[in-house]
Design a protein around this ligand. Sequence first.
Ligand SMILES: *Cc1c(COP(=O)(O)O)cnc(C)c1O
Length: 358
Amino acid sequence: MLNVTKTFLPEISEYISYLEKIWHNGQVTNEGPLVKELEKKLIEFTGVKHAIYVTNGTIALQLAIKALEIKGKVITTPFSYCATLNSIIWEGCEPIFADINSKSLTCETSDISSKIDSETKAILTTHVYGNAGDLEAQEFLANEHNIPIIFDAAHCFGVNYKGKSIFNYGTVSTCSFHATKVFHTIEGGAIFTNDDKLAEKIRLLKSFGHKSDDYFLPGINGKTSEFHAAMGLVNLNHFNKIVEHRKLVFDWYQTELNNLPNLKLFKWNDNIEKNHSYFPVLFDTESNLLNVVKEFNQKNIYPRRYFYPSLNLLPFVSRQNCKVSENISKRILCLPLSSEITYEEVLEVCTILKTNLK
Ligand SMILES: *Cc1c(COP(=O)(O)O)cnc(C)c1O
């Protein structure tokens, strides 16, 4: 069986060596030494001033919205995982969709701009597939209107933009360390910011809002365990090797699938150093995509429709049109990509794709 991704698992002995540390320390959660060590390494790795390690990428978004005291309309993308949208709604805000650019698949700056009004409290968009859209223009727009901009950078661990970590952008950037992501801690996520005050507030909010006997804010439990941090510390040592293999796979796909009729490959922003987390292909029609997926599934191959459906069409949001996102979400498919997939497997995927492409 070949899935869209396969979770990287290190040698069990490496993980056990960290478990021994946990037993030695006697602390299993509540900002233990391994959580602190992982946060320190995340800061070193990204060059962002603050990294706050939390339970998952969704709570990372919620904590960012909460800490920035965003209440009201939030301009967001229809082309993302539902967690982006859900975090907005869960925090009692109203999502206003800005359609995406057909190339970057991130929000079109002019559409964000046209939807901003006096009731807009924030912008929250996604760097889809670890790609960058109009980052600077959107930051500028947010600054101009004096509202925060949150980047859901769940796909972006290891991604650089213009030579520095993409997590440096936005008022806040969040990441997911879920088992399906390129770097994982089983479950987990992080909030990155260069703002000292905001970082302190988020830290407080993720630990119930109190420091020992001093109660400041109605916080939540967004803490992570030492067991999760341990997986992160081990996996971080393998990260370069993982990305190296993924880059190879990427090149194999690109060579095999270049210049096919009725199939387009995704192009990343020239200023991006990729983490090779996804390999999306765009079909000319949805029926072509569905036909190919059927053939894949019969051979036990399970690519994923990242992202389908367009979030503006979900039954619990008010009707808003996003023509580009609706069109692309029907036709885009992410092919299997992992640190373990072999050349033979990639060739098989490509052969099935090519023989069934009409
Ligand atoms: C995975 C993902 C999330 C959610 O992260 P979790 O750690 O699973 O909660 C949010 N946004 C995007 C774009 C994602 O891909």
